[in-house]
Design a binder for this molecule. Structure first.
Ligand SMILES: *Cc1c(COP(=O)(O)O)cnc(C)c1O
Length: 337
């Protein structure tokens, strides 16, 4: 199967399984798992933060961040289409009594900062207390410009808000911009990073931030049932991912561009290769065609995602030859129907 639904579908390599098997472990709830401690130190160092916390998923690290920044009755500003708001089952509301203030994202994946400023509530007992702005980078494969991050940080600083980044794919952004990931993370009070996406670990995310914030998050993680014991077994995969799978994200980006350029030759698809920045490609056929196409590709051993549109995500279990095969199959589909 050629699976382009997501970069979460990668399988750990033999080498990754070996470092997992060899991991030195202890009880992480006692703070005694040397491999987890090493992963947390490595993540903090790479992102340029004081501290980091290992957790099961990106949904959990985002939730831990929201719970650590906000109290019951507080509010956070977030993109209407952002993962944290839309795809995390309303966890901040259910578990934290935190009210979202969603705003539409701009086409480049940012939030308009004047719109953000306009929804920050004054200190008045009618209103929820606005405490946090949450951004996402990459957002649907798009990279937020560094100058924009600087402006967002200046606004939140002036308005005494926290600034959280859902950086599930922050390393894709850093590789695309060709900057150290700390140049992005440095603008934020907390950053959530997925190890299980393009970085290729089977499980795990880290939350990075100040010592105080991470101490709060550690308590919330325990409360949520997220205190894992000999978690070094999975943290070992995360260390390998951070050490060896960051630079190669450029290959995923090149494969995404190769796919987009190939698909741009297909008249029946609306696709703009210039819009492809990292490892995601979106194409828009008419809806009736999309359904037939997705079924046809599945029969040919190719899985793609999308809601009405087509979403292709490249990753480390995918080669340029796989990409070429997908382009060929899609061309053939439109020729033969
Ligand atoms: C995948 C993802 C998450 C959550 O990660 P899980 O590990 O699947 O819970 C958060 N934000 C974004 C943008 C993501 O793509």
């Amino acid at each position: 199967m050629i699976d382009l639904r997501s970069d979460t579908v990668t399988r750990p390599s033999a080498r990754m399984r070996q470092v997992m098997a060899d991991a030195v472990v202890g009880d992480d709830v006692y703070g005694e798992d040397p491999t987890v401690n090493r992963l947390e130190a490595l993540a903090a160092e790479r992102l340029g933060c004081e501290a980091a916390l290992f957790a099961a998923t990106g949904t959990q690290t985002n939730l831990l961040a929201l719970l650590s920044h906000c109290e019951r009755g507080d509010e956070y500003i977030v993109g209407q289409q952002a993962h944290t708001y839309r795809y995390e089952a309303g966890g901040a509301a259910v578990l934290g009594s935190i009210q979202p203030q969603p705003l539409d994202l701009e086409p480049d994946g940012s939030l308009d900062l004047s719109a953000v400023a306009a929804v920050i509530k004054p200190d008045d007992c009618h209103f929820a207390r606005t405490r946090l702005l949450c951004l996402e980078n990459t957002q649907a494969g798009k990279v937020l410009p560094l100058a924009y991050l600087e402006q967002a940080a200046a606004l939140t600083h002036t308005m005494s808000l926290g600034l959280h980044l859902d950086g599930a794919r922050i390393f894709n952004a850093a590789v695309k911009l060709d900057v150290p990931v700390s140049d992005i993370a440095g603008h934020f009070d907390s950053v959530s990073v997925c190890l299980s996406k393009g970085l290729g670990a089977p499980v795990g995310s880290v939350l990075c931030g100040s010592v105080d914030l991470i101490a709060k998050a550690r308590r919330w993680r325990k409360m949520l049932g997220g205190g894992m014991r000999q978690a070094g077994i999975i943290a070992a995969a995360g260390i390998l991912a951070l050490e060896e799978h960051v630079d190669r994200l450029a290959e995923d980006h090149a494969n995404a561009m190769r796919l987009a350029v190939g698909l741009a030759e297909v008249e029946e698809l609306v696709i703009d290769p210039a819009s492809v920045q990292t490892n995601m490609v979106f194409a828009w056929p008419d809806t009736a065609t999309a359904e037939g196409l997705i079924d046809y590709l599945r029969e040919e051993g190719v899985l793609v995602g999308g809601y009405g549109n087509l979403r292709f995500v490249t990753h480390l279990d995918l080669t340029a030859a796989d990409v070429d095969r997908v382009v060929e199959l899609i061309k053939r589909y439109f020729v033969t129907r």
